[in-house]
Design a protein around this ligand. Structure first.
Ligand SMILES: [Zn+2]
Length: 69
């Protein structure tokens, strides 16, 4: 599978913790930044949706600590 838009797919798993594998290959995974539990299926969603969440999550998290007054 070629990486979309130059993103490194393997890198996505450094942002998630795999909790458990459910039926039909659906995984419960937890974002290590906001602890949101997402569902992942390699055949259906792929890592694309996980990457999109990480990008938004990091943008959101970065906004807070940068505020220095
Ligand atoms: Zn998150």
């Amino acid at each position: 599978m070629p990486p979309p838009l130059g993103l490194k797919i393997s890198h996505v798993w450094s942002h998630y913790e795999r909790i458990e594998e459910g039926d039909d290959g659906w995984w419960k995974v937890r974002c290590s930044h906001c602890h949101l539990v997402l569902r992942y299926n390699a055949r259906v969603t792929g890592t694309k949706s996980l990457m999109m969440h990480v990008e938004r999550c990091l943008e959101r998290n970065l906004e807070k600590p940068i505020r220095i007054e």
